[in-house]
Design a protein. Structure first.
Length: 198
């Protein structure tokens, strides 16, 4: 039995992410990946049953890393403003440090494998976020909203800033680069919108 080489697997998965980000899922073949990763096609089949299995494994691994990064130093019992701030900072750190992986995960989210991958990894994340939101509503730190509305207000502005950064420009075509100042200004408005009036 051949020993599993984790370094080789990581290198293969990294190349798979690069190819999918550049060429989409249709642009990934086992032959093309083997050439890019400098391994034989037979080597790929030692670690992955087929192309679909490879995509599933890569997507699950990357989604798990993103969830882990977003929950770093986060406690669902934190006051709402503090907890949401940590969430934004963690997500920003992940997106800025791993832009290819982040783009890959966006492609996965809108692909046929997306639901299966995210169902595997989001259980813990969903439980933590649900506890955080329910606690904040109970303490009257957050307006009670349908989850879809909460998510749209709490995180859509963050991801729009990310999109501007990825594009390198804003809607007007003006050059745009991520900054803590932009993030903090946007987050302050989000918190204001979500906090009950006193």
């Amino acid at each position: 039995m051949r020993v599993r080489d984790e370094n080789k697997i990581d290198a293969i998965q990294e190349k798979a992410v690069e190819i999918i980000v550049e060429s989409g899922f249709d642009g990934l073949s086992m032959q093309k990946l083997a050439k890019a990763a400098n391994v034989s096609p037979a080597t790929l089949y030692i670690y992955f049953k087929d192309r679909d299995d490879l995509i599933q494994q890569v997507a699950t691994k990357e989604a798990s890393k993103m969830v882990e990064a977003s929950l770093k130093n986060f406690d669902p019992s934190l006051p709402f403003a503090e907890g949401l701030t940590i969430q934004w900072k963690n997500r920003a750190k992940y997106w800025l440090k791993h832009p290819k992986q982040a783009k890959f995960l966006e492609q996965v989210r809108h692909s046929p494998v997306g639901e299966e991958v995210y169902t595997k990894v989001k259980k813990e994340f969903s439980l933590v976020m649900s506890e955080f939101v329910k606690g904040a509503v109970k303490r009257k730190e957050l307006i009670a909203l349908p989850i879809e509305v909460y998510w749209a207000v709490a995180f859509a502005p963050f991801y729009q800033l990310v999109k501007f950064h990825d594009d390198g420009k804003s809607m007007s075509g003006k050059p745009f680069k991520w900054s803590d100042a932009y993030m903090n200004q946007t987050l302050a408005l989000v918190l204001k919108a979500l906090t009950p009036e006193k």
